[in-house]
Design a protein around this ligand. Structure first.
Ligand code: MN
Length: 243
């Protein structure tokens, strides 16, 4: 038995050393991550700007780790597939079927994630104000007014099982609709455009809200930058809205 105990200790020590080495390796990798055509879009506001509704640590991890991972993966794909970075993101996502089998799932997940998060950072901000003008008129016309819109959007986000997103899509003639997608799928994959959307993956809210997705969905409205959403609505009608 003493020999066995020593052996167990050695195995435990070896395992511990390997685990301890991992973060150093991972951070060295990040620091020397090869440059590539895909870039993490900088946030237009500090990590803490959306508190108390979204905490700074969640923002830092979500932007710097989760979104960065999509960028790193896309740059790896682009090494062997330079066309991937030369084609507008909505065009690639609308034609995933044109990609080789070996690339399709990776692009679906990582370019979908890149598009979704780029939109997400853009439509949030401190002191977001209220909807007005054309976008408010469209909300009244197509979504039954702000109160019903928010209730329906939160309900849809709550019903999305597991990981995914709740979006408002906007057609070229300005019509709005609430739609959900699993994982990092996007309405762009159906040739549609996104006015706004909320991330209901647990990583978006778990640090502060744990399992209380409904509370996060309600609080999130305080972070929406309505002037940005108004710009996106105008761009959608002009046919110039990207991700
Ligand atoms: Mn996310």
């Amino acid at each position: 038995m003493p020999a066995l105990s020593r052996r167990h200790l050695m195995m435990a020590a070896t395992g511990f050393a390997a685990a301890a080495a991992l973060p150093r390796y991972a951070s060295a990798q990040a620091a020397t991550a090869p440059a590539g055509p895909f870039k993490l879009p900088p946030l237009a506001y500090p990590f803490a700007a959306l508190e108390p509704h979204i905490d700074a640590k969640t923002m830092e991890t979500h932007h710097g780790k989760h979104h960065q991972a999509f960028i790193t993966n896309l740059n790896n794909f682009a090494k062997d597939n330079p066309k991937l970075a030369d084609t507008p993101v909505p065009d690639v996502l609308a034609k995933l079927g044109d990609l080789p089998d070996t690339l399709r799932t990776g692009v679906r997940n990582n370019l979908g994630g890149h598009a979704n998060h780029t939109m997400f950072w853009e439509i949030m901000g401190p002191n977001g104000g209220k909807p007005s003008g054309d976008v408010l008129a469209a909300i009244d016309r197509d979504l039954g007014g702000m109160e019903k819109f928010q209730t329906d959007f939160n309900a849809a986000g709550g019903r999305q099982f597991g990981s995914g997103w709740v979006f408002v899509t906007v057609s070229k003639d300005g019509k709005l609709a609430i739609e959900t997608r699993p994982n990092q799928d996007s309405p762009l994959m159906d040739g549609k455009r996104v006015l706004l959307g909320n991330d209901v993956w647990e990583h978006a809210y778990y640090l502060a809200y744990q399992n209380r997705r409904a509370d996060y969905l309600k609080a999130w409205w305080n972070t929406v930058n309505w002037s940005k959403v108004g710009e996106r609505y105008a761009a959608a009608k002009a046919g110039t809205l990207g991700v």
